[in-house]
Design a protein around this ligand. Sequence first.
Ligand SMILES: NC(=O)NCCC(=O)O
Length: 378
Amino acid sequence: MSGEDFESLEKVLETCVPEAELREVRRLLFGKQLKKLNLPQSALDAAEEQDFDLKGYVFEASPEQLRPPRTVRVGLIQNKIVLPTDAPVLEQITALHKRVGEMVEVAAICGVNIVCFQEAWTMPFAFCTREREPWTEFAESAEDGLTTRFCIQLAKKYNMVVVSPILERDEIHGGTLWNTAVVVSNNGNVLGKSRKNHIPRVGDFNESTYYMEGNTSHPVFQTQFGKIAVNICYGRHHPLNWLMYSIHGAEIIFNPSATVGLLSEPIWPIEARNAAIANHCFTCAINRVGTEYFKNEFTSGDGKKAHHDFGHFYGSSYVAAPDGSRSPGLSRTRDGLLVTEMDLNLNRQVADKWNFKMTGRYEMYAEELKKAIHAKSP
Ligand SMILES: NC(=O)NCCC(=O)O
């Protein structure tokens, strides 16, 4: 039941837990109950017509005397690939631009200010194969590639910050490949890029065949709607990676991902949520959906029989807040747009209550880490 036939944990709870207990079950599992966001009927109709899950929630903060609310609407998009993996490269990219572009239009109707797509959103997650061609052809310049130009158009048209995780080819540094998120401001300027710091070597995630650990450290981007950072996929298993984005001031950390049920599904709801709690910020976890079939079978040196797919990418994108509350996840099986309205004042309110930033012994950790890393063997 771990594949396409299981819609979501939330659905099972709704169907199977009696109404009287459901509230308490939700409180224990998801934290403070969130209000549903009132989404325009035209957006709901468009989502139904275009066959994707559309959900909206509000994270509220307490009113303050000196600061007005800092309300921002964030959209997360999860999707299947559109064409088979052996369709011509440009056709695959164009089909994904079209699909995701339509979903961004609905995000705009919902008033979204910042949208983030899934990891390597313009391509199938083909790194399992270890083949170079045609997959390296999906790589593009972060500054002025086809996809960045497309995102610039979206940003300008909808006055929206766009976070676009792609396979990057860095033409001015030997044509090297990177797993990169490009951040485009709402007026259409490329604000910068953030490269994936941690490259998986687990199961079929053979990404180290294609690119190396990122060299952009932990950039934080000041946008009109708040300070944002991008911790790409496998970086979510590294608490210090989250910490560094937060230390540099990130108020919202996106985690665009590609991960499959049998590997990571039980830890998915915990990691980004824990990072939001530990770092007094909002985190947004996004995962792709569906099963992607590759013509040539592959192995990964783990004794498994040669196979043609990774297994099921389980979607379940969600947003977590610094007070430990989280939104329900999107579907495990369908494309989806999750719209959350968050008051960024909540970050400081929770920080003032729990004081993790104040009680953290960063200097001590830094010194001990340095000593431990440089320790000589006896
Ligand atoms: N894309 C990626 O880094 N996946 C690795 C598997 C995981 O982190 O769940």
